[in-house]
Write a protein that binds this ligand. Structure first.
Ligand SMILES: Cc1cc2nc3c(=O)[nH]c(=O)nc-3n(C[C@H](O)[C@H](O)[C@H](O)COP(=O)(O)OP(=O)(O)OC[C@H]3O[C@@H](n4cnc5c(N)ncnc54)[C@H](O)[C@@H]3O)c2cc1C
Length: 297
């Protein structure tokens, strides 16, 4: 049996072929994924990873696709979406969330149980898996601040990492760019009055809404250089509003690129390159991408 036959014979995950990745990424651009699977169990996840490895088929795990720029040529391999693996529950006195759970669902669960810690991250459209890998954060707080352990699937076995083994840094962790799949994370929250937690969630969400542009984007395109703001540099360089094809630098926030329905991945890529060149030329600063490229550019 070939790889496709094995997928067709496997009935424990939703598997489709030649699917447009613009539908599963926040930027809404990019070509087709040759194979796309949505998993709702560790069994399926493990089967797919092991089968892809056995057939030497490239694979990549997707959360909500909110930090990814997928090439117009698509992805010649297997995309595994963790969306169905989304339980959030108590493990002894700590909260454990599966990789495909939305971050907001974890915050809601914690709030219901009067547990506080991730309020500043409210509104980040990430899954737990994507947020752990990227060490997502906002308003001076990162997901790693509340993590005790991360559980992964490594060579068919569950491996548990203590927080200090995860190499968390500014928008990075040891899992970034690796084939190890994050399956869950365990959080240590502090007790707090529910009304205060709700008030903070509302406050952070409304600040987010007031600074973040409306439309399709990947959030911040660039990491902030040490001691500087990428958005401010882009603003100073008068690049706000710059447009290539259907991709445009937001007028509201210089570090956001918005796409319209005509945009291609190439438009976004060219815009990123143009910004990098201009910022380097004007300020001698090399911006590095927070957004991750998937496929060939
Ligand atoms: C409107 C908007 C606002 C945003 N605001 C913020 C913000 O305030 N702060 C911030 O930090 N980010 C922000 N982001 C960026 C993005 O949401 C984060 O980077 C987030 O962590 C990505 O999560 P995801 O589930 O979408 O991951 P994806 O984009 O799907 O994947 C990101 C990376 O994680 C890997 N990955 C995903 N799941 C797994 C898994 N289970 N196991 C192994 N690898 C995995 C992928 O392969 C990829 O390398 C924003 C994005 C948007 C669109």
């Amino acid at each position: 049996m070939g790889f496709k036959d094995e997928l067709l014979a496997f009935s424990h995950a939703k598997i489709t072929f030649d699917q447009p990745m613009k539908k599963i990424t926040a930027l809404g651009v990019g070509g087709n994924a040759k194979y796309l699977a949505v998993v709702d169990s560790l069994y399926s996840l493990n089967f797919l990873v092991q089968t892809a490895k056995r057939f030497k088929i490239p694979f990549k795990v997707f959360g909500n696709g909110t930090n990814l720029l997928v090439s117009d040529k698509g992805y010649d391999g297997l995309i595994i979406k963790t969306g169905g693996l989304c339980d959030v529950f108590f493990k002894r006195d700590q909260v454990r969330a599966m990789a495909g759970a939305n971050l907001d669902a974890v915050i809601k669960f914690a709030t219901e149980h009067r547990l506080s810690g991730l309020e500043p991250l409210a509104g980040i459209p990430a899954t737990v898996g994507g947020a752990v890998v990227m060490n997502a954060g906002a308003f001076g707080r990162s997901i790693s601040d509340c993590i005790t352990t991360v559980e992964t699937l490594k060579q068919g076995k569950i491996k548990v990492y203590d927080k200090n083994q995860c190499a968390f840094g500014y928008r990075k962790s040891r899992f970034l760019g690796k084939k190890e799949v994050v399956v869950s994370a365990t959080f240590n929250f502090s007790k707090r009055e529910r009304e205060k937690i709700i008030a903070d969630v509302k406050r952070y969400s409304s600040v987010r809404k007031s600074i973040q542009p409306i439309g399709k984007s990947c959030g911040s395109v660039f990491k902030n250089p040490i001691g500087q703001s990428a958005g401010l540099l882009i603003d100073k360089a008068c690049l706000k509003g710059l447009k290539i094809g259907g991709a445009q630098i937001s007028m509201r926030h210089g570090n956001f690129i918005l796409t319209d329905n005509t945009a291609t991945a190439c438009d976004v890529y060219q815009l990123i390159r143009t910004v990098k060149e201009k910022i380097n030329e004007l300020f001698g600063v090399t911006l590095s991408e927070e957004v991750e490229y998937v496929g060939e550019f």
